[in-house]
Design a protein around this ligand. Structure first.
Ligand code: 5GP
Ligand code: ZN
Length: 113
């Protein structure tokens, strides 16, 4: 059984997709934690940052480059935003498919955490 983000990437499950290319897909979080909340994921199933290998170099670069594209599409490039990637149990990662959260549209309440 494919994971939920693999299903969104493949189109088997609906997702509010903003951007998709050969390596990555960006879609809106179903439970937004900020006025603008987008998730950027690799198309390929990689469980977390711990599972990125040297062979994934292009995917890793595309994930970071997509942040800027998403910010532009969401109109938050100038106002700013935060990116977060939760990993494992202490990182409180819930979906075990690597993703970068892009949060913006209002000032963050805390500097970190
Ligand atoms: P994590 O805690 O793993 O870093 O974050 C997982 C995120 O995925 C959460 O913010 C959650 O709201 C989001 N999420 C979980 N299931 C779905 C889904 O089916 N569709 C979308 N778009 N987001 C989801
Ligand atoms: Zn997956």
């Amino acid at each position: 059984m494919k994971c939920i983000f693999c299903q969104i990437v493949s189109g088997e499950m609906p997702g509010d997709i903003l951007l998709q290319n050969e390596h990555i897909c960006a879609f809106r979080d179903i439970h937004p934690a900020a006025p603008k909340h987008v998730l950027i994921v690799p198309n390929k199933h990689i469980a977390s940052t711990e599972d990125i290998s040297n062979a994934d170099r292009d995917v890793a670069a595309e994930l970071i480059l997509a942040v800027k594209e998403v910010a532009k599409l969401e109109g938050i490039s100038k106002s700013g935003y935060r990116i977060i990637s939760n990993c494992g149990s202490h990182g409180r990662q819930e979906v075990k498919h690597l993703h970068i959260h892009v949060l913006g549209g209002a000032p963050m309440k805390h500097r970190l955490g």
